[in-house]
Design a protein around this ligand. Structure first.
Ligand code: MLT
Length: 268
């Protein structure tokens, strides 16, 4: 029985068996996973989810917290008949994936952590999020985050994949100021969830763009090391020519890592 308002979901790839649930980064929505879902092996079901306040998912009056986001993802999917899934999150989506593994361990049959980190914010990062949340609310526009594509994409994309900049900018422009503010506050409040990985025994795939400036490879190594202490099956994939948007910049390499994760989950 759903206790929360359902989120918007789309089957980005139609298939059967244990689905991949794809959680997007900030300030984006499920569209960021479309290119990667399109190159997953045939027959793989991949469900994109708009997190609260992003894309076509509303805010339902709850105070900002990623635990609330995780609860709504869980309730939405359970209501749709998905009893468990491989949960994959990019950056903020990874924070929510870890919250799901923390709160609903039985639901998360495998974990994909892409361009993300398990640690909490520094005080400086929290203050910056509060500043951005206040600015977008005051201006009632998302102008304060429109410059983000430069930080999200790699230097290689800046020269060889110029077309990605207007695409990301249009996705950001379509977000609501209220959703951006809520999400910044929710991310600021998240705890360090390294301990979740230290206890998580199902297969884990950690994926990182070699040029990720926001969740650099050292964060990926930290997560992989934590997950290995649980004794589970952990892989770490570095995507050479990508930044913080590896599934957008190099969908094939990320899809291969996720297909491998799905195989490993099936074989356990
Ligand atoms: C994201 O891509 O989701 C953001 O970089 C996450 C964050 O602001 O920590």
């Amino acid at each position: 029985m759903t206790r929360t308002t359902p989120l918007n979901t789309i089957d980005l790839r139609v298939g059967g068996g244990l689905p991949l649930v794809l959680l997007h980064g900030f300030p984006l929505d499920l569209r960021m996973w479309a290119a990667c879902a399109a190159v997953l092996p045939a027959g793989t079901r991949a469900i994109g989810v708009d997190l609260p306040g992003a894309g076509h998912s509303d805010l339902d009056g709850a105070r900002p917290s990623l635990e609330h986001s995780a609860e709504r993802v869980h309730d939405t999917l359970r209501e749709a008949g998905v009893g468990n899934a491989i949960v994959v999150g990019l950056s903020m989506g990874g924070y929510v994936a870890l919250a799901l593994a923390d709160l609903y361990p039985g639901f998360v049959a495998g974990l994909g952590l892409v361009d993300t980190k398990s640690v909490a914010d520094t005080d400086e990062a929290r203050a910056n999020r509060r500043r951005i949340a206040n600015a977008v609310e005051e201006a009632q526009t998302v102008d304060a985050v429109l410059g983000m594509p430069a930080a999200l994409l790699s230097d290689i994309s800046a020269t060889e994949r110029r077309h990605l900049f207007p695409v990301l900018e249009s996705w950001i422009r379509s977000q609501s100021p209220a959703g951006v503010a809520w999400t910044q506050r929710a991310m600021a409040a998240r705890p360090d969830r390294t301990r979740v990985l230290e206890k998580y025994e199902a297969p884990v795939a950690v994926v990182v763009g070699a040029q990720d400036k926001l969740a650099p490879p050292a964060e990926a190594e930290h997560m992989a090391a934590a997950a290995r202490t649980a004794g589970g099956d952990v892989t770490l994939t570095e995507v050479p020519d990508a930044g913080h948007m590896a599934p957008v910049e190099d969908p094939q390499t990320v899809a291969r890592a996720l297909a491998d994760l799905r195989r490993r989950v099936r074989d356990t």
